[in-house]
Design a protein around this ligand. Structure first.
Ligand code: AMP
Length: 213
C-alpha cells in the first residue's frame, strides 16, 4: 500500500507513522528525517536545507524531490511505503504523481490550540524516539528509555519557529487536502486524543480500504 500521513505540525504524524510502518511492514519515509540526516552530514546541501528548516520555511522542492526520488527507488519500497511530511504543497503533489501514485491519504486533524502545546513540549532522542513533557515521559527525566541518551528539543520546535511552521501549513499544505479529497483519497482521523486512541483510528482508516469516492 502507498500511503501518506497528513496533519499540521504536532498532529503526531511521526509517532503514528512509526507504528503503522512496523505493523504493515512498509518503510516510513519522512522528508524531515531525510533533511535532518543531510544537515547532520555537514554537506553544502544539508547546510542550505538547514537554513530553511531553522526558519520554519519549506526547503525548495528541487532538493526535497531529489531526496525523495532516490529514497523511493530503494528495494524496500517495492511493496509500498508511508510518506510522512510529503507532499507539503500542491506543486509537490503534482511532482509526486509523475514518480508514483498514492492509494490513501490519512489526515490527522487536531485543534490548533492543542498543537502549539504539543510541539513546544516535544523532546527527541538521537535514536528517533520522541517524548512529551505532558504525555509520554521518559522513566528518567531527560534520558531516553530506549538508549539512555540525553533528550533534546528540536530547534524548529521552539515557539517562534512553530508559529511560522503553522502559517506555512495553513497557506501551503492545508489546500492540498482539498486536492486529495477531490480525488477521493482522504480518510480523516480525530487526532485530539491519546497516542493509543489515534493509532487505533489510523489503523482503522487504513483497514477500511479505499475511501468512498
Ligand atoms: P518535519 O520533520 O516533517 O516536521 O519537517 C521539518 C522541516 O523540514 C520542515 O519545517 C521543513 O523546513 C522541512 N521539510 C520537511 N518535509 C518537507 C517537504 N516535503 N518540503 C519542504 N520542506 C520540508
Amino acid at each position: 500500500m502507498k500511503l501518506a500521513i497528513f496533519g499540521p505540525p504536532g498532529a503526531g504524524k511521526g509517532t503514528q507513522s512509526k507504528t503503522v510502518s512496523m505493523k504493515m511492514g512498509i518503510p516510513q519515509i519522512s522528508t524531515g528525517d531525510l533533511l535532518r540526516a543531510e544537515s547532520k552530514s555537514g554537506s553544502e546541501l544539508g547546510k542550505m536545507a538547514r537554513s530553511y528548516m531553522d526558519r520554519g520555511a519549506l526547503v525548495p522542492d528541487q532538493v526535497v524531490l531529489g531526496m525523495l526520488k532516490d529514497r523511493l527507488q530503494k528495494g524496500d519500497c517495492k511493496n509500498g511505503f508511508l510518506l510522512d511530511g510529503f507532499p507539503r504543497s500542491i506543486p509537490q503533489a503534482v511532482a509526486l504523481e509523475v514518480i508514483t501514485d498514492l492509494d490513501l491519504v490519512v489526515n490527522i486533524a487536531v485543534d490548533e490550540e492543542r498543537l502549539l502545546k504539543r510541539i513546544t513540549g516535544r523532546r527527541m532522542c538521537q535514536c528517533g524516539a520522541a517524548y512529551h513533557v505532558e504525555e509520554k515521559r521518559p522513566r528518567v527525566e531527560g534520558k531516553c528509555d530506549l538508549c539512555g541518551s540525553a533528550l533534546y528539543q528540536r530547534d524548529d520546535d521552539k515557539e517562534a519557529t512553530v508559529k511560522k511552521r503553522m502559517d506555512v501549513y495553513r497557506s501551503q499544505t492545508a489546500p492540498l487536502l482539498e486536492y486529495y479529497r477531490q480525488r477521493g483519497l482522504v480518510r480523516d482521523v480525530d487526532g485530539n486524543r491519546s497516542i493509543d486512541e489515534v493509532r487505533e483510528g489510523v489503523m482503522g482508516a487504513i483497514d477500511g480500504g479505499a475511501p468512498l469516492k
